[in-house]
Design a protein around this ligand. Structure first.
Ligand SMILES: Cc1ncc(COP(=O)(O)O)c(C=O)c1O
Length: 393
């Protein structure tokens, strides 16, 4: 029996996040001295180009948050009132609020119990004549089954979009997340594995989506106008990224692949300790996932004590753990007055997504920053989780 009141892992045992060094410091000073602080200076454009190269995608637009990236992307796809977008309930609020903010109706499909990613069969059942897109979230950085989702999108002539906020550096059959569908949105908020503090990006190979998203993010200005208002001005917003964020992102991108590899190694150490642990269900491997961002190490707690008590014990021991997402349709946002104002109708009865609900009760996250700890710390972390699991059975 371990005494969990004594911190097994005192503060400092796991790295803090975000991480920066002299490179970021120097680059920020250069931007300061260059005097071009507003966006569409050199940095945001340079980062868009580099990130596009990294993903193998043609077009990237830097924006100020992941939430804005989603909203602008949906608008650029022509999605609005009267349309439906299929979303998972096991996600961050922005995936769903973005759909409602553009006036469309989110329709909840169930998820895979182990990964939290959209379940293709459930998605298929949600398609109606009003469906315009599937918005797939690569939960915890693990890509969704993009083969199955692409098939459904093609058969029904609807768009497949990615919310890649967890998936910087993840790949599906050798292709980077963010370049697996018609278009994608990224977040660079401070918990993300590629971060500028805040920020987001829209990624696409589709020139029409790109041109409209560009205009919408730049107060309606056309790309060809050199930043001037004139020609056809759309009803846009200011979604531009600050040069500071882009400056840091350029440096962070240099670190990304090595950090992803280290987090993947760290996860393998936890896998080794937890594979046989009682009350712990690890997601099965999928050979089609060829690289992983390491945003969150997610597993299910199936032991006797409530998941929240188990997580509280992990946190007490100093482990960087928390509970996963509750099903989003239980969070009240769909009953907020702005939902109805925006979409033009009230959300109907509460959906039933049994697997998302069960995962909402069972999911445990070990945060990605923790996976960057020294190997020995991770070995001890795995042993401690397994021991606490035995105690909580
Ligand atoms: C899945 C998902 N989508 C969208 C977002 C929104 O990103 P941001 O916080 O940059 O607006 C987040 C952020 O946590 C997220 O986790």
């Amino acid at each position: 029996m371990i005494n969990t009141s004594e911190k097994l892992f005192p503060a400092g045992s796991f790295p803090s996040w975000p991480m920066a060094g002299e490179e970021e410091e120097r680059a920020l000073l250069e931007t300061l001295e260059a005097g071009q602080w507003g966006t569409l200076g050199s940095r945001a454009l340079q980062f868009a180009e580099r990130f596009g190269e990294y993903l193998g995608a043609k077009r990237v637009i830097c924006v100020n948050t992941g939430t804005q990236a989603l909203e602008l992307l949906l608008r650029a796809c022509g999605i609005g009132r009267g349309d439906e977008v299929i979303v998972p309930p096991y996600t961050f609020v922005a995936t769903v609020s973005a759909v409602a903010w553009v006036g469309a109706m989110p329709v909840f499909a169930d998820v895979d119990l182990d990964t939290g990613c959209l379940d293709a069969e459930s998605v298929r059942k949600c398609v109606t004549p009003r469906t315009k897109a599937i918005l797939a979230v690569h939960v915890a950085g693990r890509p969704c089954d993009m083969d199955a989702l692409s098939r459904i999108a093609q058969e029904n002539h609807i768009l497949l979009l990615e919310d890649a906020a967890h998936a910087h550096g993840s790949s599906w059959k050798g292709v980077k997340a963010g370049n697996l569908a018609d278009a994608a949105a990224f977040s660079f908020q401070s918990s993300k594995m590629l971060t500028g503090g805040e920020g987001g990006a829209i990624v696409t190979n589709n020139e029409a989506i790109f041109a409209r998203a560009w205009q919408y993010h730049n107060s309606g200005r056309a790309l060809e106008g050199g930043g001037e208002l004139g020609g056809e001005v759309l009803m846009g917003t200011n979604g531009r990224m600050a040069e500071w964020e882009a400056t840091i992102l350029l440096q962070q991108l240099e670190r990304l692949d090595a950090q992803c590899a280290k987090r993947t190694e760290g996860a393998a150490i936890l896998d080794g300790a937890l594979r046989e642990a009682p009350g712990i269900a690890l997601p099965p491997r999928d050979e089609r996932v060829t690289s992983w961002s390491g945003f969150l190490y997610q597993f299910r707690w199936t032991g006797g004590c409530p998941r929240d008590s188990f997580v509280a014990k992990l946190a007490e021991a100093g482990l960087p753990c928390s509970a996963g997402y509750p099903p989003l349709y239980r969070m009240g946002m769909l009953r907020d007055q702005s939902f109805e104002r925006s979409t033009g109708c009230a959300f109907g009865s509460e959906p039933r997504c049994p697997k998302a609900e069960r995962l909402g009760d069972e999911a445990v996250w070990f945060k990605g920053r923790g996976l960057l700890a020294p190997k020995d710390t991770l070995r001890r972390a795995g042993e401690a989780i397994a021991r606490i699991a035995r105690e909580c059975l």
